[in-house]
Design a protein around this ligand. Structure first.
Ligand SMILES: Cc1ncc(COP(=O)(O)O)c(C=O)c1O
Ligand SMILES: N[C@@H](CCCC[NH3+])C(=O)O
Length: 440
């Protein structure tokens, strides 16, 4: 069994996280429950920042908040001095409501609306990561009447790098919905129009090659491709970027099949690649920005479920059902994602009887883990699924009108509720009654 962060087994034989017994958490807050190990998030945040400091490079580490966003999460990120990548009006609203400084917020999105851009500009976000030509027009339209300073932007490019990960989560290849083609002349057209703009300041370039990536080659190749172009742009446009943002995507360990590098190793390789390019070109070192999401929060999250019904298909398989499923973690259904799990109330017992963990949604594909070795399970046992901190709660939904779970933070022996469990009343809060046309 692989225990992440502060997780350990206590003297009752229970899983403990952040010094808090998970069975006590399940009793106090109910299940399904997302539990975050705050010390592990802090450790990850600090190690990203420190690795840039050690290499003497000016940097911003922006937490990709799509991995898990909530007011308390953003406040934790602010406490740790990171920046924030948001990708919608909703994430931006949450960030502002949490008191996060707008100057360290970067707005992403491949189809930002006028309203979202206006909201970002009104709040004075640190930069807009511009994705397409329409967005350039929108920014100019919105900012033409405001006499304020120019809007700082990065142009997002697709460097033609195929990251080795699931097809749905690669983003750097040329045939992608995101960004300007780096290799087909689009980005030059965008640079030309932004440099001529009276209302936009071109701060630099952004690229993100995908997610859950285990080697550094793709990042290095992307950086080299971007800098080859920067060399041309220096001649052609007299433009050199103040900022080069190389995105996120650093892989984590979900199961023993995964062999991630330490997060800081990616930073070192990226910075080395940039330094080499910069010294060959004789330009000054730009600020390097990165946007880790999963690698900051993924293994800090554990989901607790209560076990309910079971079904045996003779000679084939035993299904064990939990009180959640694809409504709180859609990743197995969407990406065939794999997880490890234990019985949190009986961790020390032999986990040697394979069962398949089924969710409660009315969907055959709602299977959380296939062939998971557990002790003989009984109703009301608590299953702890590891590494659910990224894209778990944030992709949760109300399929089958299942209320979304609660989220707690644990640290130094204390727990705090940071997202309340949805109630049935919450589920119908936006529903309106039928205006009936049938006369009785
Ligand atoms: C633009 C951008 N930045 C950062 C991230 C964060 O990726 P990850 O959670 O894999 O670090 C993503 C998601 O893939 C993204 O699309
Ligand atoms: N949501 C995805 C990753 C997408 C990242 C956003 N570009 C996951 O669960 O792995």
């Amino acid at each position: 069994m692989f225990l992440h962060g502060t997780s350990k087994i206590n003297d009752k034989g229970h899983l403990e996280i952040g010094g808090v017994d998970t069975i006590q958490l399940a009793n106090e807050y109910g299940t399904p429950l997302y539990v975050y190990d705050v010390a592990l998030i802090r450790e990850r945040a600090r190690s990203f920042k420190e690795s840039f400091e050690k290499m003497g490079v000016k940097a911003q580490v922006a937490y990709a908040s799509k991995a898990f966003s909530s007011v308390a999460m953003f406040q934790l990120i602010e406490e740790e001095g990171l920046s924030l990548d948001v990708v919608s009006g909703g994430e931006l609203y949450t960030a502002i409501a949490s008191g996060f400084p707008a100057s360290r917020i970067h707005l992403h999105g491949n189809n930002k609306s006028r309203a979202e851009l206006k909201m970002a500009l009104d709040h004075g976000v640190g930069c807009i990561v511009v994705d397409n030509f329409y967005e350039i027009e929108l920014i100019e339209e919105i900012s033409k009447d405001t006499a304020g300073s120019k809007v700082p932007v990065l142009l997002r490019v697709t460097p033609g790098v195929e990251a080795h990960t699931h097809d749905y989560i690669t983003t750097g290849q040329e045939d992608s919905k995101f960004g300007f083609g780096l290799l087909n002349g689009q980005v030059e057209q965008a640079i030309d129009s932004v440099l001529k703009s009276k209302s936009i300041h071109l701060l630099g370039i952004h690229c993100h090659i995908g997610s859950q990536i285990f080697d550094t080659a793709g990042f290095v190749l992307a950086a080299e491709r971007v800098f080859e172009k920067i060399k041309e742009w220096k001649e052609r446009f007299s433009f050199t970027p103040e900022v080069v943002n190389l995105g996120g995507g650093f892989g984590i360990r979900y199961t023993e099949e995964d062999e991630p590098l330490p997060a800081t190793f990616y930073v070192e390789k990226i910075v080395d690649a940039v330094k080499t390019q910069v010294s060959e070109m004789g330009i000054s070192m730009p600020e390097i920005w990165i946007e880790p999401g999963r690698s900051l929060v993924g293994d800090a999250g554990t989901t607790l479920y209560t076990i309910g019904s079971q079904k045996t298909v003779p000679n084939i398989r035993q299904y064990v059902a939990i009180d959640g499923g694809m409504s709180d973690n859609i990743r197995p259904a969407l990406y065939q994602a794999k997880y490890e799990a234990v019985l949190a109330n009986r961790v020390t017992e032999k986990h040697d009887k394979p069962v398949s963990i089924a969710g409660k949604c009315c969907e055959s594909g709602d299977m959380l883990i296939w062939d998971l070795p557990l002790p003989e399970v009984k109703p009301d046992d608590i299953l702890a699924v590891f590494c659910t901190g990224a894209y778990g709660y944030s992709m949760a939904n109300n399929y089958n009108r299942i209320p979304r779970p609660a989220v707690v933070f644990v640290e130094n022996g204390e727990s705090q509720l940071v997202v309340k469990r949805e109630s049935f009343e919450d589920l119908i809060v936006n529903d309106l009654p039928l205006k009936s046309k049938v006369t009785k």
